[in-house]
Design a protein around this ligand. Sequence first.
Ligand SMILES: CC(=O)SCCNC(=O)CCNC(=O)[C@H](O)C(C)(C)COP(=O)(O)OP(=O)(O)OC[C@H]1O[C@@H](n2cnc3c(N)ncnc32)[C@H](O)[C@@H]1OP(=O)(O)O
Ligand SMILES: N[C@@H](CCO)C(=O)O
Length: 403
Amino acid sequence: MVVTFFPGFRWRSQLKLAQIASPEDPFTLEQGGCLTEITVAYETYGTLSAAGDNVILVAHALTGDSHPAAHGPYDEQGWWEPLIGPGRTLDTDRFYVICANVLGGCQGTTGPASPDPATGRAYGMGFPEITVKDMVKVQKRLLEVLRIQHLALVIGGSMGGMQALEWAVSYPGFIDAVVVIAAPGYAAPQAIAYNRVGRQAVMLDPAWQNGNYYGGPGPEKGLAAARALGMITYQSELSMAYKFGRRTRSGQFEVENYLDYQGANIVKRFDANSYLYLLRALDLFDISAGYATYEDALARIDARMLIVGVSSDILYPPHQQEELAATLRRVGIRAELAVINSPHGHDGFLIDFQLLRPILTRFIDAALPAPVTVPIRQWFRFRASSLAYLGARLMPAVELREV
Ligand SMILES: CC(=O)SCCNC(=O)CCNC(=O)[C@H](O)C(C)(C)COP(=O)(O)OP(=O)(O)OC[C@H]1O[C@@H](n2cnc3c(N)ncnc32)[C@H](O)[C@@H]1OP(=O)(O)O
Ligand SMILES: N[C@@H](CCO)C(=O)O
């Protein structure tokens, strides 16, 4: 097995790799074709309980990776840092959090930049078409490798929210609760239209060379333009007015400087072909695919659902989350809806932690009530009293926790 990473890939001290497909056990894709080798890059936080009942799967968005939070004070901060860690919303003193880079990505998991075992060269556009369902199936296989048989929670925003919803529909009985943030039940034409222009920007760059640019500079201008367009859809009129106004610097509007900066950044950290494949997976997302109706698909769910929208999201606007939550309720699923009142647009799920935190905490407390815990120091005090000691022995469900 050869593992190569896209040049922008950053090795993380706690990154783990798992093989979830082989020539003997190939991975069949939803749109056809199969992969005989899949490496999955993932990170974990906290400790798996003996009963295996404390696992949270965090799913990342388009250009995210397996690093939602730092592993310690000297580690690089992650993209959901304020939500994950000891005592935080996804409390790693209690939960075992797993986050994996998606299939088709370029941050350690197999994607178009990975070597095709048949040729030894990068797949490029020879990589099979992938869907959100495939991403989730890869995560399920990863959990099988890790011998995890149950998920307490799946949570994600944007493409991560699509994965969370896909988990709920594809694997009923496997999950207690699911949080879908800033994601729809299916990609609407306007979102597909944005992605179409983004893909064209990459593919019209002469340096794209039909995807065979590995070893050379690649379609840097096209990818930067695609990201600039994407960034516009992740923000809002208000957030742009507030951040940039009509200010200028070096002969350009600040908003132009910003888009240039974000374009230059993506080129450093992301593979253009991965970008094409993941945008296509976003467009193909329709939770009803493979089922008779949208309602039939959603009716399969038996997890408790929380659907969260961002009021100023122009990419997957809140009426799409309202429709999803209403349909879930109509088919008898226990679903809550919350719309955060944020000016930050779609990327509010990466910014508005003070708004997300209480909503998530309330849902997690209700859907996944914590076992009664007795801090260990207190337990030793109890032990002095034979009555309390006896009580503790009579209650095997009481967990002891270090404080
Ligand atoms: C969800 C996942 O799974 S992970 C993917 C998340 N990461 C990304 O999307 C990467 C791109 N980053 C971003 O879009 C944003 O940083 C967010 C959404 C994460 C946070 O948004 P905000 O806090 O509003 O940051 P904002 O958009 O103002 O600034 C982002 C960057 O632009 C820079 N910037 C701001 N204004 C300007 C300007 N006028 N000209 C040039 N650069 C600018 C900032 O310095 C900052 O740089 P840095 O990322 O190197 O620190
Ligand atoms: N800004 C985020 C969310 C996009 O949906 C990303 O780049 O992944």
